[in-house]
Design a protein around this ligand. Structure first.
Ligand SMILES: O=C(O)CCC(=O)C(=O)O
Length: 293
């Protein structure tokens, strides 16, 4: 498998990659026991691993409907001839009249402000889980992000921790990353650096000097192989499918891979804090790709 991130290749070897551990078993009470769900075990797992990988938490058909609703907002030309909006297969060409990604006028900008998107992220499965993981009434932050990548763009998320983008508020945050469509590594999946939520930031600070974006100290590094080797840890990955949900802590290092498949990469990321906590003010407005947050 040929993988890269922001155009920098990373070999798919057991030294550099390992599987994410699924936690779906912890979501279900023991069969026929009549016992309530054991959220305590999920909380423990989240803090032990820095993430929860929850395959099939959401209804696959609902997730694919969201995917279709987004891609159907584009003018003709983006989708491969004969494919459906739910397939989200790239034609190889972005229509010329589509504005820059995620700014006013682009479909992603309108979509995160739409009733269909609101309904999707308001699924009580998500808010209930967030409240249980935070151990208190939870509130979703209004800055909810839609990420759409297609092959050829060689654009992906550099290694980073969420807290560096929200350090003006409570650190008690949980992020939910939701692939809106099947998303194996080659479609641009998210990958997590094993156990990195326990690393003191000073340990990875030197990596911030090696960057393709020297003006931005928030991201750690764009070279995922160098990051893994320097910190002596593997990137954890999965063949994500529509319906899967990842939950992660604000201090785990994660990044995404380049999309090299015809299927486009679409995902939603939302964050919850305790209702009584003060969130970072930059996350209190709807997302726009040029909001600088
Ligand atoms: O989807 C991506 O590429 C990045 C998402 C992310 O960093 C997050 O959800 O915290």
């Amino acid at each position: 498998m040929n993988l890269s991130s922001n155009g920098v290749p990373i070999p798919f070897t057991p030294e550099l990659f390992g599987p994410l551990r699924p936690s779906t078993d912890l979501l279900r009470p023991p069969q026929d026991s009549g016992a309530p769900r054991d959220f305590g075990a999920l909380r423990e797992r989240l803090h032990a691993d820095g993430y929860l990988y929850l395959p099939g938490l959401l209804d696959r058909a609902e997730v694919l409907r969201l995917r279709g609703a987004y891609f159907s907002l584009f003018p003709p030309g983006l989708l491969a001839p004969g494919s459906s909006a739910e397939d989200g297969v790239f034609s190889g060409r972005v229509p010329e009249d589509v504005p820059e990604y995620g700014v006013a006028g682009h479909p992603a900008y309108a979509f995160v402000r739409s009733p269909a998107f609101d309904r999707f992220v308001a699924d009580p499965v998500l808010s209930t889980l967030a409240a249980q993981l935070l151990g208190a009434k939870a509130r979703m932050l209004p800055r909810r992000i839609l990420r759409h990548f297609h092959r050829g763009a060689r654009r992906a998320s550099r290694a980073h921790v969420d807290f560096d983008y929200m350090d003006e508020g409570s650190p008690r945050v949980v992020t939910f990353w939701i692939p809106a469509g099947d998303c194996p590594p080659r479609t641009g999946a998210l990958v997590y650096l094993e156990g990195s939520h326990r690393l003191p930031p000073e340990e990875y600070a030197p990596l911030r000097d090696i960057t393709d974006r020297p003006g931005d100290r928030r991201q750690i590094c764009h070279d995922l192989e160098l990051t893994a080797r320097t910190l002596g840890r593997r990137w954890l990955y999965a063949d994500f499918a529509a319906g899967d949900v990842m939950v992660h802590l604000p201090r785990i290092i994660h990044a995404s891979l380049d999309t090299t498949t015809d299927a486009m990469r679409l995902s939603v990321d939302i964050r919850f804090v305790r209702s009584a906590d003060t969130p970072d003010p930059r996350w209190l407005r709807p997302w726009s790709a040029d909001d600088g947050a």
